[in-house]
Design a protein around this ligand. Structure first.
Ligand code: IMP
Length: 415
């Protein structure tokens, strides 16, 4: 057995799906362990675009088993839409797609609460995806959530829904209809349910790929709190979210060549000028879930050193390097000053992080289009220099470089 994790190490949208896609060749199981349809993954295959929100992108490989384990939160209505759309494109789910019955269900009330909280002037605006993710996780912790396994016994489901609505002081007029609708979902998705921990442990001759969603700086604990998502996006989220307690042999951290963020929250290296605008355009930096323009900025080695450390990264996949082609000068943040003092740690406090002054090094850019290059040695010297500078700053090998959205546009670089 071998286990690999692909983890976003910034604020999400690091092009993880592309890396999962290229590494899934060797995997038998592709497992999502956190998040819900706040995630958005785009994969291009033979000029056809596939957008995933819930289903692991490994489903594009016939024969791979794809899993939503207990740490995920699932909007069943959206999942059904996604499965149907993929089936229409000829993708089979039979005996190769499973959901853990412990996974919590995102209900319409969760989306409503998410929207209300974001609209409330007395609450900090987080800029959530409004998919109900935070309220669903909060209800799970408050022990009033509904899990997939609850959808099959009418009396129990009715009682659980009553608990949930009473907890939120909600008056519900159509409880019976809600119970019936949820039980129909149970009928529709019931054949996919399986206890994932048993599946993963019983098949211990298989290769498992854990597919992270969002990124480490959005982790509910280690991210830029409160501007975070509500799940554990870091490597520690894997055993909690999947029930697989074994060792992860290979932890691959995914970084974009520049940083991006959607939603609110501190972003020390954010660019507000024409370079930021150019990166956004060139990198098509618009959210695949909400369509929001992403905030763009320089690579931040202080933040990257922190996320590399908490994930104990073995290697790095650096994506979207091609977006820099044509820029005269590139910058990398190598230090922060707070109130004039140099600081050595990534601040835990978002207020401090908004105040830090980044210190940069400048590197020369390159002109040539690099999207057709397949070997590291053939990259322009300044592109190679950019890559090796990040490696040196983080002390971790960059083993994969992505220079375009297609599977083929990938440089593998084993030392
Ligand atoms: P939520 O996950 O919808 O609660 O949103 C919380 C924060 O995480 C917001 O800043 C979102 O923009 C951000 N976020 C959630 N999912 C993603 C993602 O897949 N990519 C990038 N940002 C995300």
């Amino acid at each position: 057995m071998s286990t690999t994790a692909v983890l976003g190490c910034v604020w999400g949208d690091e092009a993880k799906a592309k890396i999962v896609d290229v590494l899934a060749v060797d995997a038998d199981y592709v497992v999502r362990f956190q998040g819900g349809n706040n995630a958005g993954h785009t994969i291009w295959l033979k000029d056809e675009k596939y957008v995933f929100h819930l289903v692991p992108s490994g489903i594009l490989y016939p024969g791979k088993t794809c899993i939503l384990s207990s740490g995920t939160v699932i909007d069943p209505f959206e999942l059904i839409k996604e499965i149907d759309a993929l089936k229409e494109k000829g993708i089979s789910f039979r005996d190769r797609f499973f959901i853990d019955p412990r996974a919590h269900i995102v209900l319409p009330i969760h989306r409503e609460l998410d929207g209300k909280c974001e609209a409330d002037d007395n609450q900090t605006l987080i800029g959530t995806t409004k998919r109900g993710i935070g309220p669903c996780y909060a209800d799970a912790i408050a022990r009033v959530g509904i899990r997939f396994g609850d959808l099959f016994e009418k009396e129990n489901l009715t009682q659980r829904l009553k608990n949930l609505f009473s907890y939120h002081k909600y008056t519900v007029e159509n409880l019976d209809k809600q119970v019936t609708d949820l039980m129909e979902i149970g009928t529709r998705l019931g054949s996919y349910l399986k206890q994932i921990s048993y599946l993963l442990h019983k098949n211990n001759d298989k290769n498992i790929l854990f597919e992270g969603a969002q990124g480490s700086l959005l982790d509910v604990n280690f991210g830029t709190y409160p501007f975070v998502t509500s799940s554990h996006t870091v490597v520690g989220g894997i055993p909690i979210g999947s029930g697989f307690g074994g060792k992860v042999d290979r932890v691959v951290g995914v970084f974009k060549s520049y940083f991006t963020r959607v939603g609110e929250g501190p972003f020390p290296t954010e660019l507000f000028d024409e370079i930021g605008e150019r990166i956004r355009k060139q990198g098509n930096e618009f959210g695949s879930t909400t369509g929001r323009p992403r905030r763009c900025g320089w690579f931040d080695a202080v933040a990257a050193q922190f996320t590399a450390m908490i994930n104990n990264l073995d290697e790095i996949a650096l994506t979207l390097l091609d977006v820099f082609s044509g820029l005269e000068t590139l910058k990398i943040c190598i230090g922060y000053r707070l109130n004039g003092e140099k600081i050595s740690e990534f601040p835990y406090n978002s207020n401090d992080l908004t105040k830090v002054e980044p210190e940069y090094i400048e590197l020369p850019g390159w002109k040539d289009d690099i999207t057709g290059i397949r070997e590291f040695e053939k990259l322009p010297v300044n592109a190679k220099n950019y890559v090796t500078t990040i490696e040196e700053l983080l002390g971790i090998d960059i083993s994969i470089i992505s220079i375009g959205p297609d599977r083929e546009q990938t440089i593998f670089r084993k030392k």
